[in-house]
Design a protein around this ligand. Structure first.
Ligand code: C2E
Ligand code: MG
Ligand code: MG
Length: 741
């Protein structure tokens, strides 16, 4: 606009005397209009530039361009007809300038540029031709045509470049906004935050999340040098981590997950920093930008896992791994004579079953506390799992000292524990082994202390035993037994024998009890009393029990239709929720009617966890299977058990039967059991009947069924005879052999 004013002013000054009446008003008009445009332009420039133009805006521009062309060029083009000589060149130059300058300025709106250039060229050519049609004017007119075309071509290019650059800018802005949103979202979603520094490695524009994580206002972070923020020399690893950070930054290298430990308000934290150096187009360093993650929870979990690898989660006592490491170290030093005490709680399982696992856990925690209080100095308590604890007596000088410690432990644990509002008494059995006499490694010592513990348990609870080499043999034998039992099923060494039970009145066989036998390849026939506890402890009773059920059902299918088969179920099998399913599978596979199967359970099943046990019993009964209560009269012998579940049958234990003829009170008890069972709708079977006298008494008491050597010993399935009533095999007392295969 200033150029317009200057040019119009100069042209008017030079040529005013040619047509003063036209030129002076024209110049005034140009100056006025240009000044107004200038003021408008200054105003619009102060505002935000517009990113988009509407078609209406474009049309307005076209109109303005037409008006400008007419006003600016109309008079000078007409002047061509009024001037001569050098004045002509002056006007032509002015017009040329107007053509190029206006055309290029209007280039961003191409339609406006086309209108302007077209009009200016047309007016100029018209003025030229009007001034006279000769070779000179025609040549200049041609130049204006060519010039106009060139201006338009240039304007078109300009317009395209301009539009492209505008587009790019808009896209970049949009991208910037999206990235900004994503980054904000990233900070919102994760516990991480972004950071940046300037070229002097000073933090810039710390985010609110960053400030919050550090517990400082953002001002307190701005301009602090990278690495200076997390100084905490008291925390191990802090100095090294910051040095790594500083070295990477000094080398202008990218770094990843440099973990800096430090503390905020006394609580330890770990931050992982990653960063990338930023450079401008010329390659000069601008600073760092990166991300920081608070990995404290992960680090804490890691530490906890490492701790748990060496400690028992429940009692926080060292576990087997840590204990053995410590023991091995003490043994390697070879200076101290150490004693290892292996502890096992007496009656823990009962508490667990009766009060539930949380109470069992509480008891273990309380035991751990008492044990910690008992040991002193360098002694150590560890928990190996379950109710097994181990103590390392590192200060031991003589056997009497260790004995005193063992007694101290037994006393400490014999005082009742308050569990679930009840005073609960448990005891402890202890096995003791000494180094180096009883073993030179941790595992040997612990193994031998366990052997002594096994003996202590066997000798009556609440005592301690020192290890002796023969205990090791016993333990090894037992371990071999477990090993052999494991393969006994596969090697078909297990067989079932069957002992019939007869009707007390008619003497006819009403069914047979399946009794397990183990034909050991080396040790010969092993009685169930010897290996069933081993099978129970090792859990092998579950697969073995399933096999027994199937085998017994398969055998019974071949018997006369009214004959039942009774199968003993161990309490351990009973704790397995799958039992009803196992029974159903056995019945289905063999094709035996459920009413012909009877399971025998002992009272122990009910003591363990009454509710669960009753539920399982009901499920079994729902299958149509009969349930008998075995060995009644031994153990807890609570008549209330008879009321808790409608058993089909009660089996009076043979200990009662055998003293029947010698003790009067036994007869009274048998009579009472029989009366009560009758009242509850249960039948009574007496087991272990060996003499005719016993059989007679039992018949008189009203027992429905009798079972014992008097009628038959347990026999292989092939030796069983049904149909005729069983005559007593012998009247005298038979030898107390367990079985005759
Ligand atoms: P139980 O269920 O009370 O079995 C009766 C035991 O008394 C059997 O001993 C049987 O041989 C024996 N017996 C039978 N009549 C007489 C007699 O007149 N006099 C004497 N002295 N004994 C007699 P066995 O077969 O040695 O079984 C002992 C215990 O082992 C069984 O007691 C039972 O609790 C358990 N058992 C046996 N077989 C199995 C089985 O297949 N599974 C489970 N879980 N336990 C079994
Ligand atoms: Mg039985
Ligand atoms: Mg029995």
């Amino acid at each position: 606009m200033l150029a317009n004013i200057a040019c119009a002013g100069t042209l008017t000054l030079l040529l005013w005397q040619v047509q003063p009446a036209v030129l002076i008003p024209w110049c005034a008009l140009i100056v006025g209009l240009s000044t107004a445009r200038l003021v408008m332009a200054l105003r619009t420039n102060a505002q935000q530039p517009r990113a988009y133009a509407s078609p209406r805006f474009d049309q307005k521009r076209v109109r303005q361009a037409a008006i400008m062309a007419a006003l600016f060029v109309g008079v000078p083009a007409w002047l061509l007809t009024q001037v001569t000589g050098a004045q002509v060149s002056c006007v032509i130059c002015f017009l040329t300038g107007m053509l190029w300058a206006g055309g290029l300025i209007l280039a961003p709106v191409l339609s406006a540029a086309v209108t302007y250039v077209g009009l200016v060229s047309a007016l100029t050519i018209a003025g030229l031709l009007a001034s006279g049609c000769n070779a000179y004017t025609l040549f200049v007119a041609f130049l204006f045509v060519a010039g106009g075309a060139t201006v338009l071509r240039t304007a078109k290019r300009q317009s395209e470049l301009f539009t492209a650059s505008q587009r790019q800018q808009v896209e970049l802005e949009e991208q910037g906004a999206t990235i900004g949103l994503l980054l904000k979202d990233y900070e919102d979603q994760t516990s991480d935050w972004l950071w940046e520094t300037d070229a002097d490695l000073r933090y810039q524009n710390p985010s609110a999340r960053f400030a919050q994580a550090l517990g400082r206002p953002a001002d307190g972070i701005q301009d602090v040098i990278l690495g200076q923020l997390l100084i905490d020399e008291a925390v191990s690893g802090n100095v090294e981590a910051r040095r790594t950070l500083r070295d990477s930054a000094a080398a202008r290298e990218a770094f990843r997950d440099i973990v800096v430990p430090f503390s905020i308000g006394g609580a330890q934290r770990w931050w992982a920093l990653s960063g990338r150096p930023l450079h401008d187009g010329q390659g000069s360093f601008l600073g760092y930008r990166g991300v920081c993650a608070d990995i404290t929870p992960a680090k804490q979990a890691e530490a906890r896992i490492a701790y748990l690898a060496h400690h028992d989660a429940l009692t926080e006592l060292p576990n087997r791994t840590l204990f053995c490491e410590g023991l091995d170290q003490a043994l390697r030093r070879g200076t101290a004579r150490v004693a290892v005490l292996s502890l096992d709680l007496d009656g823990f399982k009962g508490v667990n079953d009766r009060y539930g696992h949380p109470a069992g856990d509480a008891l273990l925690v309380a035991v751990a506390q008492r044990l910690r209080a008992v040991v002193e100095g360098g002694d150590q308590v560890a928990r190996f799992g379950g109710d097994e604890f181990v103590i390392l007596d590192a200060t031991y000088t003589d056997q009497a000292g260790v004995e005193a410690l063992a007694q101290h432990i037994i006393r400490a644990l014999s005082a009742p524990f308050l569990i679930a509002g009840d005073d609960v008494a448990v005891g402890v059995s202890i096995g003791i082994a000494f180094a180096p006499t009883d073993g030179e490694t941790a595992s040997a010592l612990i193994k031998n202390a366990d052997a002594a513990l096994y003996r202590a348990k066997g000798d009556g609870r609440g005592t301690f035993r020192f290890f002796a080499p023969e205990m090791d043999r016993r333990l090894q034998e037992r371990q071999r037994l477990v090993q052999d039992l494991r393969s006994a099923l596969a090697r078909e060494e297990l067989v079932l024998h069957y002992q019939p039970y007869v009707s007390a009145r008619s003497g006819e066989v009403s069914g047979c009890e399946a009794l397990l036998r183990w034909q050991h390849p080396e040790s010969g026939m092993i009685a169930p009393a010897e290996f069933i506890p081993v099978a129970e402890q090792s859990g092998l009773i579950v697969p073995i029990g399933a096999w027994i059920l199937e085998e017994a059902c398969r055998a019974a299918v071949r018997w006369p239709a009214e004959q039942r088969v009774s199968v003993n179920i161990s309490p351990v099998q009973f704790r397995n929720r799958e039992l009803p399913h196992t029974i159903l599978t056995a019945l289905t596979r063999a094709g035996l009617s459920p009413s012909r199967l009877e399971i025998e359970v002992t009272e122990t099943v009910l003591i363990d966890d009454v509710e669960v046990a009753l539920d399982t019993l009901r499920q079994i009964r729902a299958l149509g299977v009969r349930v008998a209560l075995d060995d009644f009269g031994t153990g807890y012998s609570s008549l209330s058990y008879l009321r808790s579940f409608p058993f089909d049958k009660v089996k009076i234990d043979r200990s009662f039967v055998q003293e029947l003829t010698t003790r009067r009170d036994n007869q009274v008890i048998v009579q009472a059991i029989r009366d009560m069972a009758l009242g509850l709708g249960m039948s009574v079977t007496a087991e272990g009947v060996e003499t005719c006298e016993q059989a007679e008494r039992l018949r008189q008491s009203g027992c429905e069924e009798l079972q014992g050597y008097l009628y038959s010993r347990p026999k292989p399935a092939g030796d069983l005879r049904f149909g005729s009533s069983l005559a007593p095999e012998q009247t005298g007392r038979p030898p107390r052999a367990v079985a005759q295969a």
